[in-house]
Design a protein around this ligand. Structure first.
Ligand code: AMP
Length: 214
């Protein structure tokens, strides 16, 4: 089963994708994670994308489609893929359709995570991530355990993303509405769009997603 999690920054796509990875034999393909990996590895591509990401703009279609193509053509995951943060433009959606068709793979569900903008600012500005395993925490709603150790892997280093600030978020939201939200109509017209309330508790969102997948 291959699915897309669609929604603005801070909607909880990464958190839900990680739960699906833990609970089903699915593989998370997050273009944001791939780009952060590229920038920290100091490659030429990493240098090019770093500035774009920090400002909150979208990286070119060519780069992200290339990253996804590379992952998909090196062997399919048994339990299927969760596309997290991809596609973000109509060109990316078209490219994904072609890539999956070439591999004889279906796109089973497109799940829109619905949230309101006011909640996103609070979510994004309090967010931190375990450097060891990527577990996501939040200063108010899910603080790092009192012993300072990640509940998932025991790691003690937590990082905040350079683009998780109010200025970048404004640009990221604008990019979402201008470039990504047309995908809602695109997949709706194909009869593939399903929605969940992204403002519900993490486990309740997960249950809504499970109800769609099963
Ligand atoms: P994310 O972790 O999904 O919030 O992505 C972080 C940043 O990486 C975005 O603000 C963009 O600059 C870049 N990015 C991630 N995925 C894409 C994509 N599919 N297309 C273009 N830029 C992307």
């Amino acid at each position: 089963m291959n699915i897309i999690l669609l929604g603005p920054p801070g909607a909880g796509k990464g958190t839900q994708a990680r739960k699906l990875v833990d609970e089903r034999a699915m593989v998370q393909l997050s273009t944001g994670d791939m780009l952060r990996e590229a920038r920290s590895s100091g490659t030429e591509m990493g240098r090019i994308v770093a500035e774009v990401m920090d400002k909150g703009h979208l990286v070119t279609d060519e780069i992200v489609i290339g990253l996804i193509r590379e992952k998909l053509t090196t062997g399919m995951a048994k339990g299927g893929y969760i596309f997290d943060g991809f596609p973000r433009t109509l060109a990316q959606a078209d490219a994904l359709g072609v890539l999956l068709a070439d591999l004889g793979q279906p796109l089973d569900h497109v799940i829109e995570m619905r949230v309101d903008d006011a909640a996103l600012v609070a979510r994004i500005t309090g967010r931190s991530t375990c450097a060891g395993c990527g577990e996501v925490y939040h200063d108010v709603t899910r603080p790092v355990p009192a012993d300072g150790k990640c509940a998932n892997c025991g790691g003690t280093t937590f990082t905040r993303r350079a683009d998780d600030n109010e200025d970048s978020l404004k640009t990221r939201l604008l990019a979402y509405y201008k470039q990504t939200s047309p995908l809602i109509g695109f997949y709706y017209a194909k009869g593939m769009l399903e929605g969940v309330d992204g403002l519900a508790e993490i486990d309740d969102v997960a249950a809504s997603i499970a109800a769609i997948l099963d």
